[in-house]
Design a protein around this ligand. Structure first.
Ligand SMILES: [Zn+2]
Length: 284
């Protein structure tokens, strides 16, 4: 039986909520917040010091904004949420499916120290390092293995989603930490939604084939008949199920980065003159 995106998306929990501390806004998953062994968040544009068009909490180091502003914004985020700035390690994403295992040795990399190797997923069982990924329409995958005290965090643009970066991260956690996929909890971050994510029909069909899911796309009509609209969250859920996760252990942060302009940066909406959100995940 092919996958049914509508059914899958209606059966996984949407448990995100918005919090503000010291004027800095974050999206969190209730399920992840309930776990005592971890701390996590997905930033918004609320808080920070960046001027338009990067207003105001730009956390993307590859944007056309002075790096000092971005590092200041990271300090503001850390101070608002009790994180140690020196513990952060920032992914250098390449829209692929490479995953790095980090240790305390990597603290500071990508911020005040040399960048990490190119990758899109980070895993660790070391509580001294805080994993950080950047996003501007791209989703995030959060993973927690409470039994082996291990975590994974991945950046998932459409290319990474198509390359099953979420599933690859689970496989890496199995290999590195002995994680049992059926015991992992996972959350997918906010991303561009299935109404807004317009692609060429050919790519839409490729998603349908890769995820064996006819309704992962809807077809454009009229002048858009050569286009399709793809659900990245459906692709996320299907690859997590394929990786062996329990449907009850998967949750979604149900926001659209393109539509919710007050909360999120969006590359698709604003082009290169936009900032980035960041996701973070750490063991306590
Ligand atoms: Zn949307």
């Amino acid at each position: 039986m092919p996958n049914n995106a509508k059914k899958l998306l209606s059966s996984v929990v949407k448990d995100d909520y918005y919090v503000e501390s010291n004027g800095v806004g974050l999206i969190r998953s209730r399920r992840f917040s309930d776990e005592k062994g971890i701390d996590h968040g997905f930033s918004t544009r609320i808080g920070g010091i960046s001027a338009p068009p990067f207003d105001t909490l730009n956390l993307g180091t590859s944007r056309n904004e002075p790096i000092s502003n971005i590092l200041n914004n990271y300090r503001i985020l850390c101070s608002a949420y009790g994180l140690d700035y020196d513990d952060l390690a920032l992914v250098r994403h390449e829209h692929g499916s490479k995953i790095l295992r980090l240790t305390g040795e990597d603290r500071g990399r990508g911020l005040d120290r040399e960048p990490l190797e190119y990758s899109d997923g980070l895993v660790t069982n070391d509580p001294s390092v805080t994993l950080v990924t950047c996003h501007a329409d791209c989703s995030a995958f959060f993973f927690y293995d409470s039994k082996h005290k291990a975590i994974g965090l991945a950046h998932a643009g459409w290319k990474g989603m198509f390359a099953r970066i979420g599933q690859r991260t689970v496989e890496r956690m199995q290999k590195e930490f002995g994680s049992d996929p059926s015991e992992l909890i996972a959350a997918a971050g906010p991303c561009i939604c299935e109404k807004c994510f317009e692609v060429d029909l050919e790519l839409g069909k490729a998603f349908e084939k890769e995820f064996d899911c006819p309704d992962i796309l809807t077809y454009g009509t009229g002048s858009k008949s050569d286009k399709a609209y793809v659900s990245l969250h459906a692709a996320a859920v299907i690859q997590l199920l394929d990786a062996g996760l329990d449907e009850n252990n998967i949750s979604l942060m149900n926001h659209c980065t393109m539509e919710e302009k007050d909360l999120f940066y969006s590359y698709r909406r604003d082009g290169k003159d936009t900032g980035s959100m960041a996701a973070y995940l750490k063991l306590k």
